[in-house]
Design a protein around this ligand. Structure first.
Ligand code: SF4
Length: 347
């Protein structure tokens, strides 16, 4: 019987072995509920006998915090694994898509100076099932509640929550295998973001599925980047740009460059000019997002005037750039911020 097994931690191909005395179609029914039409509560699995349902443990975490914002278009969850590891996910609704931002690690070892998660350090890698369960939980939530003015299903998944996905390669790879084969998500709707693990970017280019790559650049020369993103000392910009170019050429997919704008640090015209040069070489789109300030660092976003000047400079240099909205500022929606609030509040 499956009572000791946590279903999302059980590989789909092993579901049948959980119920050796049940007919084979039981595993297919379970697979349907877990991956095609997820539900928040096992009792909603109406074609599974009540006795079996009572013994199911669906989620590998408890929901600790749920926050709604942006007029019901954003919902953020802080989940807690039995060992205490924290997992954050944010669901953002738009008119034609519903994007889920998921975590790949509890905490993060990369120690980016402006990031709340980076200030707490690394807890552990998330297992593939814990990553997939975030997607299933969001799908189940949407099935039950929907999200204002947006599709009631997860249309896009971005690995931009807590953690560096390419530092947890095997689990991220398995989770993408499951999302694309079991959950029906197309690789084109999945984005893996990295702060610059150059060898893993090359490895990603060889996978059978072709996901989108988002490179979190934040600085366009080694001096500044090594200060903001310590991993740059290991994989300097030239190496990161080469690996990204390789990914783009091998996969035919586009890369995007992510730029968290920090007042007085990386919002200068000099940085804009260097960033535009990198973007032109990679034929990459630039996403600029104003820093969502945290109580843990002194960094702040620039004002609207400085942000507009930075964007204008990039455009004048021929770069394609989008200023992203900072979703959920009233609910601590930057990566690691919900956890930061819980910790600083002594929760
Ligand atoms: S910005 Fe991303 S890679 Fe850097 S510390 Fe935060 S979670 Fe880790």
């Amino acid at each position: 019987m499956p009572s000791p097994a946590v279903l999302y931690l059980t590989p789909p191909e092993e579901l049948a072995a959980l119920w050796p005395d049940e007919p084979a179609y039981r595993a297919d029914q379970l697979h349907h509920w877990l991956y095609q039409s997820p539900v928040l509560d096992p009792d909603e699995m109406t074609n599974i006998p009540a006795g079996l349902r009572a013994e199911l443990t669906l989620w590998p975490f408890d929901l600790e915090v749920e926050q709604l914002a942006d007029g019901g278009r954003t919902v953020k969850w802080l989940m807690r694994a039995p060992d205490g590891a924290s997992i954050e996910a944010v669901l953002m609704g738009y008119p034609r898509r519903t994007t889920l931002c998921i975590s790949s690690q509890a905490g993060c070892a990369m120690a980016c100076t402006f990031c709340a998660t980076g200030q707490f350090g690394f807890e552990r890698h998330l297992q593939a099932g814990e990553i997939v369960a975030q997607v299933a939980y969001a799908a189940a939530y949407l099935n039950a509640n929907g999200l204002a003015d947006s599709p009631a299903r997860v249309t896009n998944v971005v690995f931009m929550g807590m953690g560096e996905p390419l530092a947890n390669y095997a689990n991220v790879k398995t989770s993408i295998d499951r999302m694309t084969s079991d959950m029906g998500l197309s690789a084109r709707s999945i984005t893996v973001s990295t702060v610059g693990v150059a060898p893993a970017i090359r490895r990603l280019a060889a996978e059978p599925w072709r996901v989108n790559l988002a490179v979190s650049l934040h600085a366009a020369d080694d001096e500044l980047r090594s200060r903001l993103v310590p991993l740059n000392r290991r994989y300097p910009l030239a190496e990161l740009i080469d690996a990204t170019e390789y990914f783009v050429n091998e996969t035919g997919r586009r890369a995007s460059l992510e730029w968290t704008l920090i007042a007085g640090t990386n919002d200068t015209m000099k940085q804009a000019d260097k960033l535009a040069r990198i973007a032109r070489r990679l034929r990459a789109h630039i996403n600029v997002i104003a820093l969502n300030p945290t109580p843990l660092t002194a960094d702040r976003p620039p004002g609207p005037g400085a942000t507009a000047r930075f964007i204008e400079r990039l455009r004048a240099a021929g770069a394609n750039v989008t200023l992203r909205d900072t979703r959920g500022q009233d609910i601590d929606a930057a990566c690691g911020q919900l956890r930061a609030r819980a910790v600083t509040a002594g929760a």
